[in-house]
Structures are given as structure tokens and as C-alpha cells.
Ligand binder design. Structure first.
Ligand SMILES: C[S@@+](CC[C@H](N)C(=O)[O-])C[C@H]1O[C@@H](n2cnc3c(N)ncnc32)[C@H](O)[C@@H]1O
Length: 225
């Protein structure tokens, strides 16, 4: 008989942020030097489940502050004996400082909560403060991926990310075919595509030669003279 998700021992794959390492050493964590990708707000972990099997040469770490969802995702990883996924139940903002510089080949932010109420908007994951973390944590040739069904939030994300001299927009990622129940990027993508909602996607690279905002100010004022 299959064990209930809550009965599966997930201790090798899943932990609370406060119980995890103070300083993450990914080579030690996965036992290899493979590139690592971060799924920010991984929910029940369909992205981690699919991608870890499709790309066994990549390590994945998911963060979600929902203990229930992240643990559920971890139980599937354990049941399928998937070696290259770890999941942390934590507020991502409290975990970033524990990761080393330039440690992620990709950062995925899929269907981040839109926080509809104006007074809650500051809780949105994709906001100006995220860019500092992305700059520090992404490898120089790394990629930031975003997707959402919320057009208004997508517009805000493009504005915030587009205003940064440190990021360059890449061609938009291509959706999967949705050929079967598992052929979706995430649980939320599946839910929305099945009811025909449009999905908005974008990808960014780090700008190798950013012009610091204060430098453009300086050159402007020099030209003005
Ligand atoms: C709308 S769900 C999307 C889940 C998944 N990415 C998907 O597409 O199916 C957003 C997720 O982000 C998580 N989340 C929101 N803010 C977070 C934060 N500050 N730290 C960690 N997780 C967060 C929520 O718990 C939720 O599971």
C-alpha cells in the first residue's frame, strides 16, 4: 500500500529553514559539483519533480513558506528516489543570506502570489529588492525566469526588472505542449492553462557591463555642461 504523503520520511530532502545549514555548501549537500537551480515559491513542487528527472545533471532547490505544500512536494521526491532535489520550508527573504555568491545557474519564479490588496503589495516576491539577491546569487551566465497568469503583476515585474541596469531581457521562454497531466511547468500553470487563461513569461540574464545609475547621471551632467 502506498504511504500517505505525511507518513513518508522526508528528512533527507526537506527541512525547515531554521533547521538547515547556516551557510549552504551545495557540493556537500548534493555530493557533486553539478549546477544548482532555485525554484522560488515552489508550492507542491511539480517543476522540481519534472525538471529533476528530465535533467538529472542539474541539482534543484525549492523554497516555499508553506510547510504543508513543500512537504507534500518532498514526499513525491522521496517516493520516486530522486537524488537531485532539496526543498526548504522558509520565508525566502530569510534564506537568501545563507546561500553563497554566484551559486545558481537559474532562478525560477513561477506564479508568485499577486497579493491583490494594495497594503499587501510589499509582500510580492518580484519587487526591486529581489534584484540585489538575483545579482549576487546568479552565476554570470545564469538566467532568471518568471511566469504568471496575472497581467497587471506581469507588467509591474517587467517594469521593475526592466528598470535595472543589471538585467537584460532574453527571448521569452516557450511553453510546454501540455501533452499530459505532468507536461506543465508547475501546478499553477496546469490549473490556468486548462481553463484557457493566458500565461505571461519572461527571462533575464545578468548584464555583463551594466552602467551604474549614478554613472549615467554623471555622464548626463557632463554632457549638459
Ligand atoms: C501561487 S503559488 C505558486 C506555486 C508554484 N510556483 C506553482 O506555480 O505552482 C505561490 C507560492 O509562493 C509561496 N511564497 C509566497 N511568498 C513566499 C516567500 N516569501 N517565501 C517562500 N515562499 C513564498 C507560497 O507559499 C505559494 O506556495
Amino acid at each position: 500500500m502506498t504511504k500517505k504523503p505525511t507518513d513518508v520520511d522526508v528528512s533527507t530532502v526537506w527541512w525547515l529553514g531554521t533547521d538547515g545549514p547556516e551557510h549552504y555548501d551545495f557540493a556537500k549537500l548534493y555530493g557533486n559539483e553539478n549546477p544548482v537551480e532555485l525554484d522560488l515559491g515552489c508550492g507542491k513542487g511539480l517543476f522540481l519533480f519534472n525538471q529533476s528527472r528530465l535533467r538529472p545533471e542539474v541539482n534543484f532547490i525549492g523554497i516555499d513558506w508553506s510547510k504543508q505544500f513543500s512537504r507534500l512536494g518532498a514526499s513525491r521526491i522521496v517516493r520516486h528516489n530522486i537524488p537531485n532535489v532539496r526543498i526548504v520550508a522558509a520565508d525566502a527573504w530569510n534564506l537568501f543570506a545563507r546561500f553563497p555568491d554566484c551559486c545558481f545557474q537559474a532562478i525560477h519564479v513561477y506564479f508568485p502570489d499577486p497579493w491583490w490588496k494594495k497594503r499587501h503589495r510589499k509582500r510580492r516576491i518580484v519587487r526591486a529588492e529581489l534584484i540585489e539577491h538575483v545579482r549576487r546569487l546568479l552565476k554570470p551566465d545564469g538566467t532568471l525566469f518568471i511566469a504568471t497568469d496575472v497581467e497587471e503583476y506581469f507588467g509591474v515585474m517587467l517594469e521593475v526588472l526592466g528598470a535595472s541596469p543589471y538585467l537584460i531581457r532574453l527571448p521569452d521562454p516557450t511553453p510546454s505542449e501540455g501533452a499530459n497531466e505532468l507536461d506543465y511547468l508547475t501546478h499553477f500553470e496546469r490549473k490556468y492553462r486548462k481553463v484557457g487563461k493566458p500565461i505571461f513569461r519572461a527571462a533575464y540574464a545578468l548584464n555583463p557591463s551594466p552602467t551604474h545609475p549614478s554613472e549615467s547621471q554623471v555622464s548626463l551632467s557632463t554632457t549638459d555642461k
